[in-house]
Design a protein around this ligand. Structure first.
Ligand SMILES: O=C(O)CCC(=O)C(=O)O
Ligand SMILES: [Fe+2]
Length: 512
């Protein structure tokens, strides 16, 4: 502006022959002086703006250094995930404002950021990230002091949660009607409060003032709902002791499967945070039994029909190769945020936080081999769905559900398609998860820990076609690590003769 002004003064003056008199030349000195102050002002402005950019850049660089040093480990930690989303949603999104919009280079750079930012994490992701932290804290009863210091069960993060972060997390809990969690986070926000832009103590108090109503809030408790749903069945079942038989199955001297066969145990405890019995992770070799042929393996497999954890123990090396190929195949697919029915219609849902892709046997020889292997071992060679690969996100989970449709679903007129119900599920783990991410089975009260290359198999239906409510299961939130898994769902069509009806409604699954 100043530069223009000075030009204006000169332009408005008559053009003299400056050389013809010294009197006028004095004006030139004033003009020069003005020019200099103008330039100095300009430089100072530029300098300030550069300093701002440099400060911003330095702060960002400091945050990014630990991320680039080992991205996979970094991303496996929930507080880092939160920090990463926050950097994009709240910091990178504003970088354009710092850049000068006048020079050609400045304009270009601004435009580049602007275009890229549209694709990157935004406010919605920030809310999702805040919800994820609240979910982890509550499911795994994480210590709040540790958590805000970036320590999750002794795995540390260079990122911390400040008062504003706690406020944001508390707010998301409030929106989700988790007033109990809102209170915890708002109290923490108050504790960590220091004078800063965009948040006052009053803001925090405005949430805490609702404390009385928090306490009296009676929400619909999903766990209670599930208990009620299962109650009629639990009374009818005879109880048996929990325990596992372990059988290893060899094919051509290569271990094909390890079966963990558990006998069903009864419990009234359906909350997954309370489940602490885990399946044994390391298989002891002295439990090895006889080497079997594929039909024999098939036969043994069929004897144990309820909850079977089968460890695909083909050599560790080939498991890695297989997994890598599968994940590479995935790169050609767009992973989509898992959709499902919710009260808001079909769309983004909170009960399942994962991205999924459907892979066809035609897509790659490894997909085909996996489908074939699952069909061979289970004997379910009839209709099945494409392989569904899932990658879980921040605190990624899937709340208690049945894979098959429930009578309620049917009332809502969901269609089975022309292949019928999902009679069975094979859930194959494609990665291990450092902490969390287990699959919880409520009725036998066991959790399957993801073991890369292993699978859990169960029938969702009795042979009569009735839903087996004991298959209620959930994916527990991923606490630390990256979880990849895939589902193969076998449908009814084509299995009519493979899996015949028993003589009564709840006849157990058993092959003859
Ligand atoms: O990932 C898991 O542990 C369970 C997934 C699941 O139950 C499903 O996708 O239906
Ligand atoms: Fe499931």
């Amino acid at each position: 502006f100043l530069v223009l002004l000075n030009f204006a003064i000169i332009a408005s003056a008559d053009k003299n022959d400056w050389f013809s008199t010294t009197a006028g030349m004095q004006n030139l000195i004033d003009v020069e002086n003005n020019f200099l102050s103008t330039l100095e002002g300009y430089i100072e402005g530029m300098q300030m703006s550069l300093d701002k950019i440099k400060t911003f850049k330095d702060i960002m660089r400091k945050d990014v250094i630990p991320a680039v040093s080992d991205p996979e480990v970094y991303i496996g930690h929930p507080i880092n995930q939160y920090a990463l989303i926050k950097r994009f949603a709240l910091k990178w999104s504003r970088v354009g404002e710092l850049l000068d919009g006048y020079s050609r280079k400045g304009k270009e750079t601004r435009a580049q950021y602007h275009d890229a930012i549209k694709m990157l994490p935004n406010e919605d992701d920030m809310i999702g990230a805040a919800e994820a932290i609240a979910r982890l804290q509550s499911y795994y009863s994480l210590n709040m002091d540790d958590l805000t210091n970036g320590n999750v069960k002794d795995v540390t993060s260079p990122s911390l949660l400040n008062s504003k972060d706690c406020f944001r997390i508390g707010k998301s809990a409030y929106t989700n009607r988790r007033f109990d969690l809102c209170e915890i986070w708002m109290n923490k926000s108050l504790e960590l409060y220091v004078e800063q832009k965009g948040i006052t103590r009053e803001n925090i108090w405005s949430y805490l003032k609702h404390k009385i109503s928090f306490k009296t809030y009676q929400g619909v408790n999903q766990t209670m709902h599930i208990n009620a749903f299962l109650e009629d069945d639990t009374n009818n079942q005879e109880s048996s002791t929990a325990g596992y038989d372990i059988i290893l199955i060899y094919i051509n001297s290569e271990v094909l499967l390890v079966l963990f066969i558990n006998r069903i145990a009864h419990t009234q405890n359906y909350e997954y945070k309370k489940i602490n019995s885990t399946l044994p992770k390391n298989i002891t070799l002295h439990l090895l039994q006889n080497s079997l042929t594929l039909p024999q393996a098939h036969f043994v497999f069929q004897q144990y029909t309820h909850f079977v954890q089968c460890q695909a123990a083909w050599s560790k090396k080939s498991v890695n190769v297989f997994v890598n190929i599968l994940i590479q195949v995935l790169l050609f697919y767009q992973l989509l945020r898992a959709n499902g029915a919710s009260s808001d219609g079909f769309g983004k849902i909170k009960y399942r936080i994962s991205n999924t892709a459907w892979l066809d046997d035609k897509d790659s020889s490894s997909v085909k081999r996996l489908s074939q292997r699952l069909a061979d071992v289970t004997g379910l060679t009839g209709s099945s769905e494409l392989l569904q690969v899932a990658n879980y996100g921040m605190a990624g989970h899937y709340i208690a559900h049945f894979d098959a449709m429930t009578p309620d679903d049917r009332n809502e007129n969901y269609e089975y398609g022309n292949t019928g119900q999902r009679i069975a599920t094979a859930l194959v783990y494609l990665s291990e998860v450092q902490k969390g991410g287990s699959t919880a089975f409520f009725y036998p009260n066991i959790v399957a820990e993801p073991i890369k290359g292993s699978a859990v198999f169960w029938y969702n239906l009795y042979p009569s076609g009735a839903l087996d409510k004991r298959t209620l299961h959930a994916a527990c939130p991923v606490l630390i690590g990256n979880k990849w898994a895939c589902n193969k769902w076998f449908r009814e069509l084509g299995h009519e003769f493979v899996r015949k009806c028993g003589l009564f409604q709840n006849a157990e699954n058993r092959m003859f």
